[in-house]
Design a protein around this ligand. Structure first.
Ligand SMILES: [Zn+2]
Length: 234
């Protein structure tokens, strides 16, 4: 007689850009082990691939593919899975606004929320003839920047350009090679890049956690918001 297989509990998380709740299960010991090994390797490609594979395995609804999620939704999902696998609290360092005293806080990661940062403009003019259509960064594009070791500014732009157009033609970015896309981006004016950053990238929604604590040194009550939540896991 073989040993019984224990049923793993199922949880739900709301994905902002998918606009719905999805079901997931926590990591198994085996998956946690392969994630830790990937982290230890410090190899971005391995960390990325292992995270995607584990995330995919944890999705209960197999109609949803991790590769199709936006980066924001993937971050939400990774944090949700992690909170039910390893624990709901993470430790971080916070600084008092008044006296700059540093203290350690344990925060509840399930209190994460999506902060909207204004209205991103999905269509921008590049010059009199050409315009660009933008989209929320996809996982696939982030992955190819990791593989191609593109610098941060270029990869941010690469990940959000959907197509370039003029009056008569549309140039869909996915039809071009990495080199062609990078060359296009490197030839944009500084003004163009500033525009895309300020009117689109900076306005994309992000995952944040609100902190509120009283400073033990000066008694000031601090209210803060922290972002870049995935940084706390690596
Ligand atoms: Zn203080």
């Amino acid at each position: 007689m073989s040993l019984p297989k224990l049923e793993i509990p199922v949880y739900e998380v709301k994905l902002f850009e998918q606009g719905k709740k999805i079901k997931y299960r926590p990591y198994t010991v085996k998956e946690e082990k392969s994630l830790l090994m990937a982290m230890e390797s410090k190899d971005e490609k391995q960390i990325f691939e292992t995270s995607i594979r584990c995330c995919d395995a944890c999705l209960v609804d197999k109609r949803i593919k991790v590769q199709d999620l936006s980066v924001l939704d993937l971050e939400t999902l990774l944090i949700a899975i992690r909170s039910k696998s390893v624990g709901e609290n993470i430790d971080l360092q916070a600084k008092c606004d008044e006296c700059e005293n540093k203290l350690s806080l344990s925060i509840d990661i399930t209190k994460m929320r999506v902060e909207e940062n204004g209205e991103p403009e999905y269509e921008l003019k590049l010059n009199e003839d050409y315009g660009v259509r933008l989209r929320s960064p996809s996982l696939e594009s982030i992955y190819s920047s990791i593989l191609n070791k593109t610098d941060e500014t270029t990869s941010a732009l690469l990940s959000c350009i959907d197509f370039v157009y003029n009056d008569t033609k549309t140039y869909s970015f996915k039809d071009y090679t990495e080199e062609e896309k990078v060359e296009f981006i490197e030839n944009l004016s500084i003004e163009n890049v500033k525009d895309i950053n300020e009117k689109f990238i900076d306005k994309l929604p992000s995952n944040v956690i609100d902190l509120s604590f009283t400073c033990p040194a000066c008694k000031k009550e601090n209210e803060k918001t922290v972002g870049n939540l995935l940084d706390f896991f690596t």
